[in-house]
Design a protein around this ligand. Structure first.
Ligand SMILES: [Zn+2]
Ligand SMILES: [Zn+2]
Ligand SMILES: [Zn+2]
Length: 137
């Protein structure tokens, strides 16, 4: 698992730091979106600012993307595509389970291309599905 995180960091031109390896390992181990709070709970005592910066760096470098799930929690999920610096291709739906609270990427369902009203421009489109996951049925 550690080598996987190392490989990902290197392929995104990121220096290997302890925090980056640990955070990435958690994303790789859990097949769901994680909030900063989730990560703090898993990591134990960590510097919150370093963790925040790590998430921002990962997002900027195309390792993780925002997984909007209709709740007020900002969650992130591992990018599956070849996202790179400032270029994300994760235009898919996110499923939020109302029972256990987990959020997962639904790669098979693409977010629709929106034609905005005249004079408006779109910067982000999010497709959120809510319901119950296969564990909670
Ligand atoms: Zn991405
Ligand atoms: Zn569930
Ligand atoms: Zn996603």
């Amino acid at each position: 698992m550690a080598s996987n995180a190392q490989h990902l960091l290197k392929s995104h031109q990121l220096r290997l730091t302890d925090m980056r390896m640990k955070v990435l390992d958690l994303f790789l181990a859990r097949a769901e979106a994680l909030s900063q709070n989730d990560l703090e709970q898993q990591l134990g005592k960590v510097d919150r600012i370093t963790l925040y910066r790590t998430l921002r760096t990962f997002e900027e470098q195309g390792l993780i993307h925002k997984a909007m799930d209709g709740t007020d929690k900002q969650k992130y999920a591992l990018c599956q595509h070849d996202c790179g610096q400032g270029a994300h291709h994760d235009h898919h739906a996110h499923f939020h389970c109302d029972t256990c609270g987990k959020t997962i990427c639904v790669e098979d369902i693409a977010a629709p291309l929106i034609a905005p009203p005249p004079g408006f421009s779109v910067s982000e489109t999010h497709l959120v599905i809510r319901g119950q996951c296969d564990q909670c049925h």
